[in-house]
Design a protein around this ligand. Structure first.
Ligand SMILES: NC(=O)c1ccc[n+]([C@@H]2O[C@H](COP(=O)([O-])OP(=O)(O)OC[C@H]3O[C@@H](n4cnc5c(N)ncnc54)[C@H](OP(=O)(O)O)[C@@H]3O)[C@@H](O)[C@H]2O)c1
Length: 281
């Protein structure tokens, strides 16, 4: 057992709760925080940070909503300065591939004088089952402006395992782990695989970026989210991230999880179950 806790920022975020669970299973005391915990941690209220961080020795950090947003670099800079002041020794940052803003935030960590790791991830497979895309899956049509760009979607269970490895194995410190799945797929291919497994029809429909943004605006999405979606689909999703990388294998000594295995796991949870749907013959 360690004598002080590992802080997890993003208690209910897709990687945060998984990192928390794995660390506790290994016997490490943790403190997982977000806006709804006590103590609370809110990226938009620096007054909450000190109480959440005090007494911890390392942190797994997920920024919200995304390191790509223009204010992220300064916010991370303030966070890292407070971490150093409060005596944290090691910070592990979840980052995104191909995002200029995320790279600037990574550099803040790398230049901080603290021990650091960056886990730089491709798009999460779990976006199809735990995020905004599940609605399209359940409705039978996923409409996005993603085109034919291929993306090596990564299983967030792999991300969590890599993050835990960096937090528990000192020899892995001060390195970037660029983590992706083992093969690049289009959204249409992912949707087809999900449709095949669930047995109900789901199709991918390409829509123009402006129509996608207008739709989100019509649903009342905040301006920051609209900016982020435009950035992700027009800049970050231009093909720059299509190549799979070996980060999972480098950290864990085993290959990254394939999309087919992810689909199998989700099927076992029932997350894609829907009632009243005519199953395909
Ligand atoms: N999704 C992807 O494909 C992808 C790919 C690469 C990198 N990333 C990175 O992953 C991160 C997002 O992770 P995620 O998708 O797992 O997150 P997520 O599931 O959207 O995170 C939601 C959590 O964030 C907390 N939260 C919301 N606003 C907050 C705030 N102002 N301060 C503190 N906590 C807040 C919420 O809990 P409370 O309501 O309790 O606060 C909730 O538990 C981003 O930094 C992004 O750059 C994502």
């Amino acid at each position: 057992m360690q004598d002080s806790s590992i802080l997890i920022i993003g208690k209910n975020a897709k990687t945060g709760w998984r990192v928390d669970r794995r660390l506790r299973e290994l016997g490490y005391p943790t403190r997982a925080v977000s806006r709804s915990t006590s103590p609370a941690f809110d990226w938009e209220d620096q007054g909450t940070w000190g109480a959440a961080m005090a007494g911890t020795r390392a942190a797994y950090v997920t920024f919200h909503p995304d390191l790509a947003i223009p204010s992220a670099e300064q916010t991370v800079r303030n966070f890292v300065a407070l971490a150093a002041e409060l005596g944290l020794e090691h910070l592990v940052l979840l980052s995104g591939r191909g995002e200029a803003g995320a790279r600037r935030a990574e550099l803040v960590l790398e230049d901080s004088g603290l021990d650091w790791n960056v886990v730089r991830a491709s798009w999460f497979m779990q976006n199809f089952s735990e995020n905004f895309m599940i609605e399209g899956i359940l409705n039978g049509e996923l409409m996005l402006p993603a085109g034919d760009t291929v993306e090596p979607f990564v299983d967030v269970d792999d991300i969590a395992e890599v993050a835990v490895a960096t937090l528990t194995r000192p020899e892995l410190r001060n390195r970037v782990f660029e983590v992706t799945g083992p093969r690049a797929m289009t959204f249409a291919e992912c949707v087809a695989a999900i449709s095949h497994a669930t047995g109900y029809p789901v199709k991918y429909t390409q829509i123009p970026l402006e129509a996608f943004i207008d739709g989100l605006r019509g649903e009342g999405a905040p301006e920051q989210l609209l900016w982020l979606m435009r950035e992700l689909f027009s800049v970050v999703f231009d093909g720059r991230n299509s190549r799979p990388t070996a980060g999972v294998e480098e950290a864990l000594g085993r290959p990254a999880t394939d999309f087919s295995e992810y689909v199998r796991k989700v099927m076992a949870t029932g997350a894609w179950n829907r009632s009243g749907i005519q199953r395909q013959a």
